[in-house]
Design a protein around this ligand. Sequence first.
Ligand code: SF4
Length: 244
Amino acid sequence: MGAYHITYSPELKEVCLHFDAGCQFRCHGCIARYHPRDCHLEEKHKQDENKSLSIKEVVAYLEPLDFKKTIFLGREPTMDPDFLPLARTLKEKFSTHNILLTNGYKYITEKAINEVCVGIKAITKEIFRRFTGQDKPEKVLENFKKHYNSCIVLRTESILIPGYIDKDEIEKIAGFIASIDSAIPYRIDGYIPTGVYSSDKIDIFRRPTEDEMRKVKEAAQKYLKNVSILHQGTQLKYKVNEIY
Ligand code: SF4
């Protein structure tokens, strides 16, 4: 339990805290499980996990850094008992803008959190169940609405997996987001297969091509005003350093 990995982007004045608590979902190719280190780091071959840090130790690592934003991510921060106490501590001590990346299965209302990014995996019940191991996509959608109604800064993400979570499903998700507010930012990530950075057996699903990513972006743009994509061909505009 707690943060096991810390990365820092000096240009963005942004820190990422990766948590290892566990997750209610069992997503195929879980990024936090198969790529436990920040995939923006240049050295991609080291995939071991560090020991988790106490709140005091995290603060000691962050103290020398010039940062304004903290992103809480990894294996579902909302399941980690250190997440909220740490967010409160960082808000109090460094006045950070705190951003939670979550699967949306749990609704969080907390003054120390300024922004929430909900990963919507799927909307179709059968796809959601097969992908996450849970059978209530409506719980994520209801919590998404609650976050929106709470007036917190809200954005969302999904993963395009050819042959599994395809353009049609992404289009349904975009339609749902637009039914709440078409200005909510939506990012579509290209799937990273297992076995890319580790010795795990090769995945049965592949990365989407650049053309598939372009087409899915166009499909989502029929509903939403602010759609972006992230995939293998996307150039990183800033440097990411490993702190722990
Ligand atoms: S919600 Fe995120 S952390 Fe949880 S299993 Fe899915 S990809 Fe992994």
